[in-house]
Design a protein around this ligand. Structure first.
Ligand SMILES: [Zn+2]
Length: 422
């Protein structure tokens, strides 16, 4: 038999290879072997009928928190990947220099899906909820360099939380993050949330090829002024080749910010979830300290109430397809939505030709989905509603040439209470 697996009759979308329209995808072992019209069913041991479905390369989620059991934020990549068709992930700073080896041993090596890491500039990473940058000694460049150089195959950049959640008292972590990234020749992924620092100061540390995440935030580091006009520093970053990532999370998609930026032509380049223990339950986070979606973070170092209530039924409500639904609703064409979840992130992760495309020779990661039509209420993190007409539902996922069976996501950790219905 010529092939092991044949995905037949699907509507292919592959912006990198330029495939568009009804084609068949053949797999031999763990690689894509051929993409063509009318590959005979009898040429493969197993055939998946993908008629009336869209078929893309396995999706890539470049911003999630996957160090489950070791950090406040960690969720299970295999479970979510199996429900959303996400076969490649990048963790955004859960591990720092001290914990990267553990992230590799206990998560990366044990997961079915492929995981890469943006390493936190703070050596402790995101073990606790916040304040990883409070102690300047944790931003240790020499230590970071020596650890990264032992794990070059999994490290894709340096993660930094500019803004109050990181807890930095000054710009030292930003300075050290910049220096470490330059010396290691890796990009920075910089998170935008609550000032200080202000947006302009934060962006002065970013170079072309770096990533900004939470680009459509409505928080105080947002990229627009009060009239909705893009700020000069943001405009410059966008035009200078900084890569703009969505990073939905539970604090970072404001429809107002997104619509203002989109109306001026500023589309994000990469769609990602910022999935973690709170955002996985959807946009409606209820913070006992304040209200939905707008966390008040004390800056005086007081102990915080870290017990969070989130709305939901305990089942995951947010994953990459949910965020893709929202981008379709905001007017991003389907082909661009697929580009922003396949070839663009693959390029950033240095996986061009390996993942994010169905080109023969690439890894046999394939996602099938259907687009249901209707009227769908979509929420941003401030509780604002838009009505989408399309809903993407995963129909099958092939990982490394084999079907990825659905896995239930485990219950939330004790510090997250789900089921608040107020
Ligand atoms: Zn994040």
């Amino acid at each position: 038999m010529q092939f092991d697996l044949l995905v037949k009759g699907g509507e292919i979308i592959d912006p990198e290879a330029g495939y568009n329209g009804k084609m068949d995808v053949a797999v031999k072992r763990s690689r894509i072997a051929a993409v063509d019209k009318n590959i005979p069913a009898k040429s493969a041991f197993k055939v998946i009928d993908a008629s009336d479905q869209y078929v893309t390369a396995g999706l890539i989620d470049i911003h999630a928190h996957l160090f489950k059991g070791m950090t406040f934020w960690g969720v299970d990549a295999d479970a979510i990947g199996s429900q959303a068709g996400v076969t490649t992930w990048a963790d955004a700073g859960s591990a720092g220099a001290v914990t990267l080896g553990g992230f590799r041993d206990y998560i990366i090596d044990k997961s079915k899906v492929k995981i890469y890491a943006f390493v936190n500039i703070s050596a402790i990473g995101l073990v606790a909820q916040d304040y990883e940058l409070t102690n300047p000694e944790y931003s240790n460049i020499a230590l970071l360099k020596s650890v990264v150089n032992q794990h070059r195959d999994i490290v894709v950049g340096i993660k930094l939380r500019a803004g109050r959640s990181g807890g930095a008292q000054d710009l030292l972590p930003l300075k050290r993050g910049r220096k470490a990234a330059d010396e290691l020749e890796l990009p920075i992924m910089l998170h935008l949330s609550e000032a200080p620092p202000d947006l302009e100061t934060a962006l002065s540390f970013v170079k072309p090829g770096d990533l900004l995440t939470h680009c459509y935030t409505g928080q105080t580091m947002k990229m627009i002024d009060n009239k909705g006009k893009i700020l000069p520093a943001a405009k410059k970053a966008w035009e200078n080749g900084v890569i703009m990532d969505l990073g939905h999370g539970c604090g970072s998609l404001s429809f107002d910010s997104a619509e203002a930026l989109i109306s001026q032509g500023y589309w994000i380049h990469i769609i990602s979830t910022d999935l973690h223990t709170m955002s996985i339950h959807g946009a409606n986070l209820i913070d006992p300290l304040k209200g939905a979606g707008d966390r008040e973070i004390p800056t005086n170092g007081d102990a915080r109430n870290i017990h969070y209530q989130v709305k939901g039924d305990g089942k995951p409500a947010l994953h990459l397809l949910t965020v893709m639904d929202k981008m379709l609703c905001l007017g991003m064409p389907l082909k661009e939505v697929v580009r922003a979840t396949t070839s663009r992130p693959s390029e950033v992760l240095g996986l061009k030709g390996e993942a994010g495309t169905l080109k023969p020779g690439s890894r046999a990661d394939i996602t099938g989905f259907v687009i249901e039509k209707g009227d769908y209420e979509l929420f941003d993190i401030h509780g604002k509603v838009r009505h989408g007409k399309e809903h993407i539902r995963n129909s099958f996922t092939i990982l490394n040439g084999r079907p990825l069976e659905r896995i239930e996501h485990p219950a939330p950790p004790p510090w997250i209470e789900v089921g608040y219905d107020g």
